[in-house]
Design a protein around this ligand. Structure first.
Ligand code: CP
Length: 328
């Protein structure tokens, strides 16, 4: 059964309902097998134009949005800041208006400042998809993480998920916390005290997002002091990258100490359930937040995450440009 997709832009997970999220994931399931075909192309988005506007570096997200567009037969154009007129002093808004004047159907944007996709959505006729804005959100990462978890655990509701590391700077953590708690998982976060925001246990519920004074405890989110407490009994262990590019002061003494106290090793992973899976959004700092033993083990689904990223981004582009959501 198909029903119209209510939202054109994808700016974050925070304002999506559980039903929206499940609808996107189900739509992505339908696109999965296209990447296994000998001829990896369908005409679904023929005549549509997608611009990838990346102000920050990216390997996985930009490549998979480009592949997703091309596999759906859309015309895909990639713009990076070094090759654009932003390097000559053009403002972000002028850049967006000029791109919009060329009538793209969708602009995928990554920027180091939180809220940039939201600003572009106010002025653009094209649908805006957030490919990561500062430390705010990375919605397609959370969706591909959810697709990976669903594939291997067959559900999300009731799972115990540990999110470990640099929570403060992590848009991946924010989008995942919104998504996983909306779908009924229990999330425990842990990391150095300097890298876990004080009010993280009080993420504003979407019902109260217009009233900052009405912060309520998210009953499905717990901040725990030690990473061992977060990992114990977990079904899913999600390790975050140390984001040195966003750290403007010393949050921990040395990388070696970080690795000793907060790195995911086999010994620490053994505290999780026997069939626990390990996720990392990439790029990995091997030997710092995750040991190579764990990263290369059968419990690590890091390359599955990348694989499902293409299907998720096909679904997001399809829905953003007017496609209808599949419901199971
Ligand atoms: N996970 C992620 O966003 O990776 P990239 O920075 O390579 O896109």
């Amino acid at each position: 059964m198909e029903k119209p997709y209510r939202r054109r832009d994808l700016l974050g997970i925070r304002n999506l309902s559980a039903q929206d999220i499940i609808g996107i994931l189900d739509t992505a399931e339908n696109f999965r097998e296209i990447s296994n075909r000998e001829i990896k192309k369908v005409p679904t988005l023929r005549g549509k134009t997608v611009i990838n506007l990346f102000f920050e570096s990216s390997t996985r997200t930009r490549t998979s949005f480009e592949l997703a567009a091309k596999r759906l037969s859309a015309d895909a154009v990639n713009i990076s800041v070094s090759s654009s007129s932003v390097s000559k002093g053009e403002t972000l808004l002028d850049t967006a208006l000029n791109l919009d004047a060329m009538a793209p159907d969708c602009i995928v944007v990554r920027h180091s400042s939180a809220g940039v996709p939201h600003q572009l959505a106010k002025v653009s006729r094209a649908a805006i998809v957030n490919a990561g804005d500062g430390a705010n959100e990375h919605p397609t990462q959370a969706l591909l993480d959810a697709m990976t978890i669903r594939e291997h655990k067959k559900k999300i509701e009731g799972l115990k998920v540990a999110i470990i590391g640099d929570i403060l700077h992590s848009r991946v953590a924010r989008s995942n916390i919104h998504l996983l708690t909306k779908l009924g998982a229990k999330v425990r976060v842990a990391g150095p005290g300097t890298l876990v925001p004080n009010d993280f246990g009080h993420l504003i519920d979407e019902r109260d997002s217009d009233n900052p004074k009405s912060k309520i405890q998210n009953p499905k989110l717990e901040v725990v002091p030690k990473i061992e407490d977060a990992i114990e009994g977990a079904d899913v262990v999600m390790i975050l990258r140390i984001q040195r590019e966003r750290q403007d002061s010393a949050y921990f003494p040395t990388l070696r100490e970080y690795s000793i106290h907060y790195g995911l090793t086999n010994d620490r992973l053994n505290l999780a359930k026997k069939d626990a899976i390990v996720l990392h959004p990439g790029p990995m700092n091997r030997g710092i937040e995750i040991s190579s033993d764990v990263a290369d083990s059968s419990r690590s689904l890091i390359l599955d995450q990348v694989k499902y990223g293409v299907a998720v981004r096909m679904a997001v582009l399809y829905l953003a440009t007017g496609g209808s959501m599949t419901s199971s």
